[in-house]
Design a protein around this ligand. Structure first.
Ligand code: DX5
Ligand code: ZN
Length: 223
């Protein structure tokens, strides 16, 4: 299984994004947290900034994580802007399949985000409409929160549903992922790891990205 590390720039210096992104050349993608102050009690950045990131970093995989209401209306624009992956939340969508199909038709990977309290089981039949499932391992809204161990069984159940589907669907974990928690996530079946504070609060952020990737790979190899 391939493991991917997607550092979250929420925890970087948001006024120096270009420089911050250049600090982590080993990252497999840049995880861009879009918050609207309604779906979550925090406000970050939106489409105009994402368009600038796209223009300034043409070779970089942009993993947009939309924590915004009315996802069906807003998510496709992030695919149009050139993000390689667009995650919107089930809790903010009335028509997740239609929205996923729109995102895919615009050439991006479609991904579904789930708050901690949202179960995966009712989604088993629609999982193949998505290229990735994002399991939140904190309540969304802020970086630097403690990893929720109680989410591990849900990651396991998601892995079982993905395997049963026969499709290659990534399972992303987001929130509190660090050297202290990544192995538990690997064991549970995640393969895409968002790490915000763990990377950007490290003395050498790129070394942390490489370290997390090595830990994930070693853990998986041991099974
Ligand atoms: C939280 C965001 C995360 C956050 C992760 O709502 O979706 O991407 O930045 O930050 P850490 O890794 O510090 O929990
Ligand atoms: Zn995120």
């Amino acid at each position: 299984m391939t493991h991917r590390i997607h550092p979250s720039i929420l925890n970087a210096n948001l006024a120096s994004l270009d420089a911050e992104i250049r600090r982590i050349p080993s990252a497999d993608a840049i995880h861009v947290d879009v918050m609207d102050n309604h779906f979550v009690p925090n406000l970050t950045l939106g489409l105009p900034v994402v368009e600038c990131l796209r223009a300034n970093h043409p070779g970089t995989f942009l993993d947009a994580h939309l924590m915004i209401e009315n996802a069906d209306a807003h998510a496709p624009a992030y695919a149009e802007a050139g993000c390689e992956s667009v995650t919107f939340h089930l809790e903010a969508s009335q028509a997740p399949i239609r929205t996923a199909r729109q995102i895919r038709s615009l050439g991006a990977r479609a991904s579904l985000g789930l708050r901690p309290q949202t179960p995966i089981e009712p989604l088993a039949d629609l999982i193949t409409e998505f290229d990735m499932i994002l399991i939140m391992t904190v309540d969304p809204g802020f970086g630097g929160q403690a990893f929720l161990d109680v989410m591990l069984p849900k990651i396991r159940r998601t892995r079982a549903i993905v395997e049963a589907s026969g499709q290659e669907i990534w399972i992303q974990v987001d929130g509190g992922v660090s050297e202290a928690t990544i192995e538990r996530c690997v064991d549970a079946g995640a393969d895409v790891f968002v790490a915000g504070s763990a990377v950007f609060r490290a003395e050498d952020p790129d070394a942390m990205v490489r370290g997390l990737k090595a830990m994930a790979g070693a853990r998986c190899g041991g099974h």
